[in-house]
Design a protein around this ligand. Structure first.
Ligand code: SF4
Length: 208
């Protein structure tokens, strides 16, 4: 029912140009996210809780139509408690600016909420333990589209084990949400020739 109301409100906004006011349902959303954040901040389900400085829960627009899901916090993110604030995040911001997308319009989170030591890849058991938090974030935010940044997010949400170079450019699903798999911004730092493809993927997500 809530999903149908949301679709109707989006219709009013997109087609008729009427934007709805934040109401009781939205306050409930804020409360649910805050409650979940408190839970994650106390989490010790996997060994990563021992080495984290801060939990990086995620941030952004709670009514976002586009949600970005990355892999795990890096050093800067662990220090600040905020997602994508290092070099990769700055590159992503530059691409956002070029295509007219604002950070405050989207929601950004990671599969893993605590930094793996030395930025190693997340382990399967860590991904498994942390996934329910991401699932609940998605349930609360109800985005129209999820942009998966890199193979871990794509594998986690779509179940596909194919490489990101094969999946990139396809349109996939997570439950009833459209998934756009694309490169992780850290990959773009090493492979700037892939930035145009990344930009195209983001424009595709904006047009859905
Ligand atoms: S990575 Fe996730 S599951 Fe592991 S301690 Fe942090 S919040 Fe908990």
């Amino acid at each position: 029912m809530i999903g149908e109301v949301k679709v109707y409100l989006r219709f009013l906004k997109d087609v008729v140009g009427i934007e709805y006011m934040r109401g009781a349902e939205d306050n409930k959303k804020t409360e649910s996210l805050q409650e979940l954040k408190r839970e994650v901040e106390e989490c010790n389900r996997c060994p990563l809780f021992r080495t984290r400085t801060h939990v990086v829960f995620g941030e952004g627009n709670e009514d976002a139509e586009i949600m970005f899901v990355g892999e795990a916090p890096g050093r800067e993110e662990d220090m600040s408690g905020r997602p994508f604030v290092g070099k990769a995040g700055k590159l992503m911001d530059e691409v956002f600016e070029k295509i007219g997308l604002k950070r405050e319009e989207v929601y950004i989170a990671n599969c893993i909420k605590c930094r793996p030591p030395e930025n190693r890849n997340p382990r399967p058991e860590e991904l498994l333990m942390c996934f329910p938090y991401l699932e609940r974030q998605i349930e609360i935010i109800e985005p129209r589209t999820i942009v998966c940044l890199g193979k871990f997010a794509t594998q986690q949400l779509t179940g596909s084990m194919l490489s990101i170079s094969i999946l990139r450019g396809k349109t996939m699903r997570y439950r009833d949400v459209t998934v756009i798999p694309t490169f992780h911004p850290a990959y773009l730092l090493r492979n700037p020739q892939a930035i145009d493809a990344f930009k195209d993927d983001l424009i595709k997500a904006m047009n859905i």
